[in-house]
Design a protein around this ligand. Sequence first.
Ligand code: CAA
Length: 283
Amino acid sequence: MNIKNVMVIGAGQMGSGIAQVCAQAGFNVYLNDLKEEFVQKGMGVIAKNLTRSVEKGRMSEEDKTATVNRLTASTDIEDAKKVDLVIEAAVENMEIKTKIFAQLDEITPEHTILASNTSSLPITEIAAATKRPKQVIGMHFMNPVPVMKLVEIIRGLATTDEVYQVIEDMTKSLNKVPVEVEDFPGFVSNRILMPMINEAIYTLYEGVASKEAIDEVMKLGMNHPMGPLTLADFIGLDTCLYIMETLHEGFGDDKYRPCPLLRKYVKAGWLGKKTGRGFYSYE
Ligand code: CAA
């Protein structure tokens, strides 16, 4: 199967990054979101990243123009009729995702593969909302998408080897490194990363050290590029909480219990960098 046309659903920080790398790799991309302003915001981020790449000498002006020309803004889900692959990067909410997948199943041609960029939700359950579970798969990109090499590829219970292979090859063509993972809560990345972030929040909550000290220990002591509290702000505290809840519910073990301080911040609307305030202030 040959993938040429792709739709990315959700023009937020993940979706716009995925659309960018797909367009850069030569795919025609529809960047879809509910409102024109969301799509234009995502397009703006892509344009800024591409301009920076030209300035840094990583990309020619011609390649930038060609990349931009391969991107189409879309607020009509019916555009999915024209694509071979949909990568869904909407909010982390099972109800919303299953609704989108059921709708895509009706709209898209028979051969179209439906992928989700979910960071922890079961692919098998998302696939069950469609009549094509063999063609449903997880493609979990890391943030910031244009920079990070990894894509976790998650097989649902029914995903065929052929579909897996197409997605693995496509991921390589994006200049990313695919890693195969089975469908269990948090996959590999967030099963390991999120409990560490949650533990950093507990460490702050219990007054063991200041936020700066916790981040400094992990940056200088473990050579992490960002401290865990800065990273949590960067990912989004609502996403961190949602993933911890998915792990807690999925494994039923209290070692995954979300820290009360994380819940409190999310309730306050302190969601990290995107809202200007999380563990740190970005205003
Ligand atoms: N989009 C595009 N490019 C970006 C970017 C973004 N959002 N943020 C940084 N970059 C680029 C910069 O342009 C810069 O490129 P140049 O060298 O060409 O200038 C390069 O990345 C390095 O950036 P900076 O010098 O500004 O800063 P840095 O050295 O601290 O790197 C970072 C930034 C790559 C984000 C680094 O801090 C890092 O690796 N952080 C950890 C990221 C991480 O852990 N991601 C995984 C999150 S978990 C996840 O995504 C999964 C999930 O489900 C929650």
